[in-house]
Design a binder for this molecule. Structure first.
Ligand code: NAD
Ligand code: UGA
Length: 459
């Protein structure tokens, strides 16, 4: 029976995942560790609005368990030593240099945390890959752990290890409901007792039929495949959005019509400024690298095209803004509403806004950026280069004052409520609304005298 869990990595996955495990399993002590002192301090902040990850409902869950059976600390070694089960939930970004740069995952943090577990574990420890990893990474983790197998640390029993893969499928913005009511939990492994030990943790709240058991490699590959399929739908609908704009079809009507086919399904058919987030691009590039590694170059090319279409969509939107503003945005003020990669998160990793703003800055635009959750310091580190200038502002009204155009890049629900009569009155005429998320009230915007473009809307 599992009594103590340690999770290495207090990020967007480690923090919320362990909070829900602690909430649902009051008999298990859960300790989340990280090397980043500031992040741990934020997780321990008495003011729950200051948690380092913004997720609706997370503050309530953390408030219920923190100090009871949920702990955040930088004391990595002690937490590993006392754990029956250790989750590896560290970052696995795309490599920026060396072999596989631009495609392969950088596994240095996984290797470092596996080595830490090898060094500090006592007795039997089940090591769970929670990070998204290239298929066959468990082989590496096993080799690192087996080098310490049988060693005795202090007065403890000899070290033994089992390795499981348990990828996470939560989406940011809906992490808490996704964790509390998952479509499925996936556990890959070789040792039936370890698989059942992890299944019994989830069994506190997830029905058994939703806990899938596979071999290690199927589990690792299923995670990459799920993200690739989801991202592929977005590139597919965005490609059709461009065709809609050229032909007079409406992408929302097309998405509704095809989504009504139960074989296709209605979800993930929302055209927009392309997918962002820390994972879709990274995981597809990882898949591309793996396919190339195994000599499957046509398969690699197929998945590569999903990423290329995504970049194309982002550059297309920036180009379109410039074209509609009489071919130049130099010195023009453009209000950018939304900077996070999707609504209900403060995360800007790979946000479409970054690439689109970069393109507009290069054209010499002045951007007034408003996002309800992204602080100026984050925007500053994301837009570190490029010509032109930008400022972070505190409201949509401040953003649009004397602007030539408004560009909506994140689907924050408050943007559906904007009063276009009032906003249009503040803008320089002729003024434009570019709605890349099809969230604004376009009828009202047109009535207020704005020229309107909406992604995937025909004439
Ligand atoms: P993150 O960058 O937010 O968090 C990772 C944390 O690990 C960081 O705080 C870092 O300081 C810490 N860390 C790294 N090495 C460490 C070590 N040796 N010891 C202690 N701490 C260490 O990343 P994330 O978004 O939580 O993603 C983690 C993994 O989960 C990635 O593989 C990602 O692909 C996957 N994933 C992410 C999401 C998501 O929505 N963000 C969803 C599913 C899966
Ligand atoms: C995604 C997956 O949905 C999760 O299952 C997975 O666990 C996670 O990646 C991960 O591995 O990190 P996330 O990136 O948090 O979750 O958010 P999504 O809701 O998938 O949105 C990703 C991007 O696609 C966003 O930029 C969003 O705006 C965009 N998107 C999504 C669309 O443009 N259209 C859609 O129909 C859906």
């Amino acid at each position: 029976m599992i009594r103590t869990i340690c999770c290495i990595g207090a990020g967007y996955v480690g923090g919320p995942t362990m909070a829900v495990i602690a909430d649902r399993c009051p008999n298990i002590q859960v300790t989340v560790v990280d090397l980043n002192q500031a992040r741990i301090d934020a997780w321990n902040d008495p003011d729950l609005s200051k948690l380092p990850v913004y997720e609706p409902g997370l503050d309530v869950v953390v408030g219920r368990c923190r100090g009871r059976n949920l702990h955040f600390t930088t004391a990595v070694e002690a937490a590993i030593a006392s754990a029956d089960m250790v989750f590896l939930s560290v970052n696995t970004p795309t490599k920026t240099k060396g072999v596989g740069a631009g495609q392969a995952s950088d596994l240095r943090w996984i290797e470092a945390s596996a080595r830490q577990v090898a060094a500090c574990a006592q007795g039997h420890t089940i090591v769970v890959e929670k990070s998204t990893l290239p298929v066959r990474t468990a082989e590496t983790v096993k080799v690192i752990l087996s080098a310490a197998q049988g060693e005795v640390a202090g007065a403890g029993a000899p070290k033994t290890f089992a390795v499981l893969s348990n990828p996470e499928f939560l989406a940011e913005g809906t992490a808490i409901p996704d964790l509390e009511n998952p479509d499925r939990v996936l556990i890959g492994g070789e040792d039936p007792a370890s698989i059942e030990a992890l299944a019994s943790v989830y069994g506190h709240w997830v029905p058994q039929q939703r806990i899938l058991r596979t071999n290690l490699w199927s589990s690792e590959l299923s995670k990459l495949t799920a993200n690739a399929f989801l991202a592929q739908r977005i590139s597919s609908i965005n490609s059709i959005a461009a065709l809609c704009e050229a032909t007079g079809a409406d992408v929302q009507e097309v998405a509704h019509a095809i989504g009504a086919d139960s074989r296709i399904g209605a979800k993930f058919l929302k055209a927009g400024p392309g997918f962002g987030g820390s994972c879709f691009q990274k995981d597809i590039l990882n898949l591309v690298y793996l396919c190339g590694h195994y000599g499957l170059h046509d398969v690699a090319g197929y998945w590569q095209s999903v990423v290329e279409l995504n970049s194309w969509q982002q550059h297309r939107i920036a180009r379109l803004v410039v074209q509609r503003l009489f071919g130049t945005v130099t010195g023009k003020r453009i209000a950018v509403l939304g900077f996070a990669f999707k609504a209900d998160t403060n995360d800007t990793r790979e946000a479409p806004a970054i690439r689109i703003c970069h393109d507009l800055l290069e054209e010499g635009a002045h951007l007034a950026i408003y996002d309800p959750k992204v602080p100026e310091s984050q925007i500053s580190s994301d837009l570190s280069s490029g010509e032109g200038s930008w400022q972070s502002v505190d409201s949509p009204a401040e953003a649009v004052a004397q602007a030539d155009a408004v560009l909506i890049l994140t689907e924050w629900s408050s943007f559906a409520e904007l009063n276009w009569q009032q906003l249009a009155a503040l803008m320089r005429k002729p003024a434009w609304l570019f709605d890349a998320r099809s969230i604004a009230d376009l009828v009202e915007a047109r009535a207020a005298g704005l020229n309107v473009w909406c992604v995937g809307c025909g004439f």
